[in-house]
Every structure is written in C-alpha cells, then in structure tokens.
Design a protein around this ligand. Structure first.
Ligand SMILES: C[S@@+](CC[C@H](N)C(=O)[O-])C[C@H]1O[C@@H](n2cnc3c(N)ncnc32)[C@H](O)[C@@H]1O
Length: 225
C-alpha cells in the first residue's frame, strides 16, 4: 500500500481503534513539551483530532490549534470532535496537504505531528514545510515510528499507551511503511534546520527542537483570533 491519506471507510476503522488510545494521546501531548508561551499550534496529519483535543486540554494557553489533514473524512471527524468537546473556539480542522501548506512563513508558535511523516510522498518537502510555517523560537515536534518494530516491542509500547491488542495490530500493519532509521537521520541532516535534531526512543523517532532565530528575523506576530 502506498502511504497516503486515510479515506473513508479506513478512516472510520482507524478512528474506532484510536478511541482505545486516549491515554496515549494525553501522554503524547505532555511529551511534546509545547512552551507555555505558545498561542498557535498546527498538528500535521491530525487525523480525527484526538491529539489536537488532548493538546488543547493540556496547554490551556493555546488560543488557536489547527488540526490539518488531507482526508476530508478525517477533517470532518476532527471538527466534530472539537465541537463535541466544547473546544470549537480553539481547535479547528482544515484540509491541507503537508507538502504545500497554505500558511505564510512563521505562522505558528508550534508545529507537531504523530504518525504522519511516513505518509508523506516526499518526506523532505513535508519537513521543510513544517519548519517554514514555524516561527523562529517556536517548538517543532514530529513523532513517528521508524524501521519495523517487533510485534512484542510494539505491543508493549501500545500497552503503555493503554491500547488493546487490536490497536497493536493496527499499528503493526501501519508500521510496515515506517521510514528506516537511517533515512530519518539523513532526512534531518540533509534538511539542515538550525535548532532541530532527531532522537530515537524505540519504537519512536522524534524530530524536535526550537527553530533558531536568525539575525535577520523580524519578530513574528501571532495571527490568531
Ligand atoms: C496514521 S494517521 C495519524 C493520524 C493522527 N495524527 C493520529 O495520531 O491519530 C496519518 C494521517 O496522515 C494523513 N495524511 C496522509 N497524507 C497526508 C498529506 N499529504 N497531508 C496531510 N495529511 C496527510 C492521513 O489522512 C491520516 O489521517
């Protein structure tokens, strides 16, 4: 299977299984270490909005969270989740392609994603776009699997996230498309993004850091509201 967007009915299937992973999304939100000063955040490939909602609850200082996904069904689901959670003034879903984001440079105080990079047709373009729309001084945190973990490793990881055996099977099927560790290392090295590094915490690769301020950077105003 070519890694691509999640069309209906796969989106329904994924969304149903992800519902068992709520503690995992809360844990991810905490791990992403969004600075308290951040007001705007983009979740790339945000799926059905579970992470965006967990982030909104974990970081009440965020005024505007965008859950961006290329799948129309996932986008609808994310908006519905935000509305149901009473967060529609904070979390909005938008249909976007991570390879060509419809935002100006420096638009967001933080850019995050989970399980999205391996869906990119061109991971280098997606990474460059994520960095472009991040403001200098902003936090980048893109988390994805790498290589193909053994079923036992994945089972333990999913269990730590509160997930069921069915969720492990789902992730294990998806993990066959994960990028090899070496490719992720080269991707980050070649991109040469000041302030950004990759760390590996089996079974996850975490591309993270703070975008360095260049000496020519103008202070970028928040566009929220
Ligand atoms: C494995 S799911 C992860 C969803 C969500 N981040 C989560 O953790 O529940 C990958 C998501 O990436 C989206 N996606 C795939 N290609 C994309 C693209 N070019 N631009 C934006 N999103 C994309 C899919 O539609 C899908 O919702």
């Amino acid at each position: 299977m070519e890694p691509r967007e999640f069309h209906w009915p796969f989106s329904v299937f994924y969304s149903s299984l992800a519902s068992f992973l709520e503690p995992g999304y809360r844990d991810l939100a905490r791990r992403m270490e969004i600075g308290e000063e951040a007001e705007t955040l983009l979740d790339l490939g945000g799926g059905d909005g579970r992470l965006a909602v967990a982030i909104a609850r974990r970081y009440p200082g965020l005024r505007q969270i965008t859950s961006g996904d290329i799948s129309p069904d996932m986008t609808r689901r994310a908006q519905r989740r935000s509305d149901k959670a009473g967060l529609s003034s904070t979390v909005s879903a938008q249909r976007v392609d991570m390879h060509a984001l419809p935002y100006e440079q420096g638009r967001f105080d933080a850019v995050v994603s989970f399980g999205t990079l391996h869906h990119a047709r061109q991971p280098a373009a997606a990474l460059a776009e994520a960095y472009r729309v991040l403001r200098p001084g902003g936090r980048l945190c893109l988390i994805d699997g790498y290589d193909r973990p053994s079923f036992a490793t994945l089972r333990q990881g999913v269990r730590n996230f509160g997930g069921s055996l069915a969720a492990t099977v789902l992730y294990w099927c998806g993990s066959k498309d994960c990028l090899p560790r070496q490719q992720i290392e080269s991707l980050v090295a070649d991109a040469n993004l000041p302030g950004i590094e990759v760390v590996f915490d089996e079974p996850l690769a975490i591309i993270q850091g703070t975008k360095e301020r260049g000496k020519d950077d103008m202070p970028v105003q928040s566009h929220a509201g």
